[in-house]
Design a protein around this ligand. Sequence first.
Ligand SMILES: NC(=O)c1ccc[n+]([C@@H]2O[C@H](COP(=O)([O-])OP(=O)(O)OC[C@H]3O[C@@H](n4cnc5c(N)ncnc54)[C@H](O)[C@@H]3O)[C@@H](O)[C@H]2O)c1
Length: 266
Amino acid sequence: MRLKNKTAMIVGAGQSPGETVGNGRAVCLLFSREGAEIACVDRTLEAAEETAEIVRAEGGKATAYAADITIEREIEEAVRAAQEKMGGIDILHNNVGVSIAGGDSVIETFTEEAFDNVFAINLRGMVMTVKHVLPGMRKRKTGSIVNISSMAVLDMYPYVAYKASKAGVVAFTEQLAYQNAAFGVRANVILPGLMDTPMAVDTRAREWQKSREEVVAERNARVPLGAKMGTGWDVAYAALYLASDEAKFVTGVTLPVDGGASVKRG
Ligand SMILES: NC(=O)c1ccc[n+]([C@@H]2O[C@H](COP(=O)([O-])OP(=O)(O)OC[C@H]3O[C@@H](n4cnc5c(N)ncnc54)[C@H](O)[C@@H]3O)[C@@H](O)[C@H]2O)c1
């Protein structure tokens, strides 16, 4: 019960189609199992509701909210409703992120539309979400914000907008950490590496017309630790620590969860 009596809003709480658990859904389930009440926010109500339903089936407390984070009034309304329902938001977990599915590509074929779309989803949406959650946290002099970036920031990653927007997430989180320390609000960022999630594996299998097994084998081979990708649970456990009071003296940290990929050089 590491999050006993806490409330948590997870943005991007649904998941892409596929057989394994996504990062966002794993966070909702783990935070609930550790005692938190959950607000599941997603672009589609069905996706948020599906996760909320799984949490409730396990005996947890969860409510689903629809909000597209690229539309400020939608996320503002979801934050207002969740605050009203839960009496405040102790933990904000920003999970939304797209790459290939957002039209991203290598520079040769890159378009203005892809830039605008991926940045609006990966960075602007996160900034606007935080804008509406922060006042409540500052007022209550407590809060933990966990943002999801990517190892693509440090790694050789082929597509333009994902890498640059996720680098922006790291810079934004550092700014949040120092500007809000005086208010008792912490902000940290996770860099997931190669994870066996639907977003990463099934999307690539579809795009590249390969089997799931081929994509899994190719990604596993690139992981130093046990030559096996991580899962949504690995991201969720890292987020749990950062969200909990165990990390009460930890803010502004960039935490790779990558099976050693960030130390594999040369
Ligand atoms: N899986 C990996 O290998 C990997 C690696 C590095 C980083 N990440 C990061 O992890 C995060 C996602 O992980 P996941 O497995 O939960 O992905 P996912 O695609 O399964 O879930 C993300 C959810 O966000 C929702 N969403 C998308 N756009 C939205 C919008 N505009 N407004 C509201 N909701 C929106 C989707 O509907 C989806 O349910 C992303 O930030 C991604 O960049 C993943």
